[in-house]
Design a protein around this ligand. Structure first.
Ligand SMILES: [Zn+2]
Ligand SMILES: [Zn+2]
Length: 161
C-alpha cells in the first residue's frame, strides 16, 4: 500500500497531494492557491499550476513567487502608456524593440494590463504606439462577446510620468 500519511502532521489517509513535492497532504495542513493566481505569466511553471500545497512548500516556493508576481503587477499598473495617436509626444523614444501583443482578453483594461505586465517582465517601464482593438465573437446563438487585443512597443522612459 502506498503511504498516504500527511507529510506535515503524519495523520493517515491524506486526500490531497502537494503540487510541489508531490507528497500526500491532508486538508487541514494544505495551503490552497487560487486558480488563475499566475494567469498573467506567459507560461505558468508546472509547480505553480496546482491548487494545493503542503505548508513548507507553500512558504518556500509559492509565497516568494506570489510576491514577485504581485510586484510585477503593481509595476505594470504604473507603467507609462502612450497610444498610437500620441506619436508626436513619443517621437524621440527608442523603437528598436519588437512590438508586444496580447489577444483574447475579456476587456480593454485586461488587454492593456497584460501588455504592460509583459513589458515589465522584460525590464521596460513604458509602452508606446499602443493600439487596442476588439472583435465581436458570436458564442451560443445571438449572444455576442468582445475579445480584446492590444499591441505596443516596450521601451524605457526616462522623463517624468
Ligand atoms: Zn496534515
Ligand atoms: Zn510539498
Amino acid at each position: 500500500m502506498e503511504n498516504t500519511n500527511c507529510c506535515v502532521c503524519q495523520k493517515p489517509k491524506a486526500t490531497l497531494q502537494c503540487g510541489a513535492c508531490k507528497e500526500p497532504v491532508c486538508k487541514k495542513c494544505a495551503q490552497f492557491l487560487e486558480e488563475g493566481s499566475f494567469s498573467f505569466l506567459k507560461e505558468v511553471p508546472e509547480f505553480l499550476s496546482h491548487g494545493a500545497y503542503c505548508g513548507p512548500c507553500y512558504d518556500a516556493k509559492i509565497v516568494p513567487e506570489l510576491g514577485a508576481y504581485n510586484e510585477t503587477m503593481e509595476a505594470a499598473k504604473n507603467i507609462a502608456v502612450f497610444m498610437k495617436d500620441q506619436s508626436k509626444e513619443t517621437r524621440n523614444f527608442s523603437r528598436k524593440e519588437a512590438a508586444l501583443k496580447v489577444v483574447d482578453c475579456e476587456d480593454r483594461e485586461e488587454a492593456l494590463l497584460r501588455l504592460a505586465f509583459m513589458a515589465v517582465k522584460a525590464d521596460f517601464n513604458a509602452l508606446i504606439d499602443v493600439e487596442l482593438s476588439y472583435e465581436k465573437i458570436r458564442s451560443g446563438g445571438s449572444y455576442k462577446t468582445h475579445k480584446w487585443s492590444a499591441k505596443g512597443i516596450p521601451t524605457t522612459y526616462h522623463g517624468r510620468r
